[in-house]
Write a new protein. Sequence first.
Length: 292
Amino acid sequence: MNETGAVLAMPAVVEGRRPSVMRRLLRRPPAVIAMAMVAAFVVIALAAPHVAPYDPIKQNFLAIRKAPSDAYRLGTDEVGRDVLSRLVWGARASLLAGVIPVTIALVVSIPLGLLSGCAGGWLDGLIMRITDAMLAIPFLIVAIALAAFLGPSLTNAMIAIGIAALPTFLRLARGTALAITTEEYIESARSLGCSRVRVAVRHVLPNIVPPLLIQSSLTAAAAIIAEASLSFLGLGQQPPAPSWGSMLNAAQRYLVQAPWMAIYPGLMIFGIVMSLNVLGDALRDALDPKHH
């Protein structure tokens, strides 16, 4: 969530420019690896019923804390559930946690950011003061407080994360809109009689999308960490439904006897978060005119 300054520093996209973003991304090996890992993560999450070898919630008291073997590739947990199957199904919770909160933040921040940046006045001041108040509290603290207030569940956790992420998107949308409204082609459009709504939708909106896309990738990574944290604390996905965060919570009591219970969920969180951050940096470079 601390990437906002870097995103704001990106120059506005020149209207009419149609950069081949995918081609520029494919020229960067780290970006290609990151995209492949994100794609694999999405495929595994969507195909979980067909990929998981066992029922993720079925207990087997004859196979408690079994080490990785041919029968259980990544071992079993404290009640004999297959770790690999729980990792695969837990990817679904993380995928939802990465997509839904970002969607909530985008849907709310784009119209409010355009309104604040293009209209100005007392309305802009009101929106920004509320945004500043929310930004004064750390992102994860806001998410935890809202999840505790709404009640423990994956749905409430995603809503809480989306609300917590909203101020960053709103400030970015508003700041980018303000920068674009000072461009000469905006003044030309106004002088030709274009209404504020037409200027905002036709000229400003397309130019605030690229930085918001970059922020979406970075925020998705933060949202996955937040969901894992909430599930670890018992405020996210509820047992016995699998979640990487709740798996880490259960594993902390068996770090010596069964270290695989903590290693594999931790590696999954690290891998997808790192991939999304690398992809966000690559997107920023690909959409930055200075790098062309």
